[in-house]
Design a protein. Structure first.
Length: 115
């Protein structure tokens, strides 16, 4: 999923209207890149280039791309009223679940196991 699609998805999840993306900038891009960094770290990737143009795509497995939008949605919703914060928690949970999956995927070898 490219940056433009991540922005649209996060905006729809947070506000219900993709047209709001322009109003939410630059925070929206900042939150997307924060989520990207956290997932990349979980996969064991040390340095990833920031997503800047609409055509930039994360160097993560395709299943992890939606979690980046979930992170951005949660960050956008966390400072709202109680109902909005409550709705945002589901996106945080989805992101943390994907992050845990990434941590498991990042461990490709077993250590401490002896025959």
């Amino acid at each position: 999923m490219r940056l433009g699609a991540l922005r649209a998805r996060a905006t729809i999840q947070a506000t219900g209207d993709a047209e709001e993306a322009a109003v939410l900038e630059p925070l929206l891009s900042q939150y997307i890149n924060e989520g990207y960094d956290r997932l990349a770290e979980a996969f064991g990737l040390k340095e990833c280039e920031m997503l800047q143009t609409e055509e930039d795509e994360p160097v993560l497995p395709a299943w992890a791309h939606g979690a980046i939008a979930d992170y951005a949605s949660w960050m956008l919703m966390r400072n709202g009223n109680a109902q909005r914060q409550s709705r945002g928690l589901q996106f945080r949970a989805a992101f943390e679940e994907a992050r845990a999956r990434a941590l498991r995927a990042g461990r490709s070898r077993f250590t401490g196991i002896y025959p």
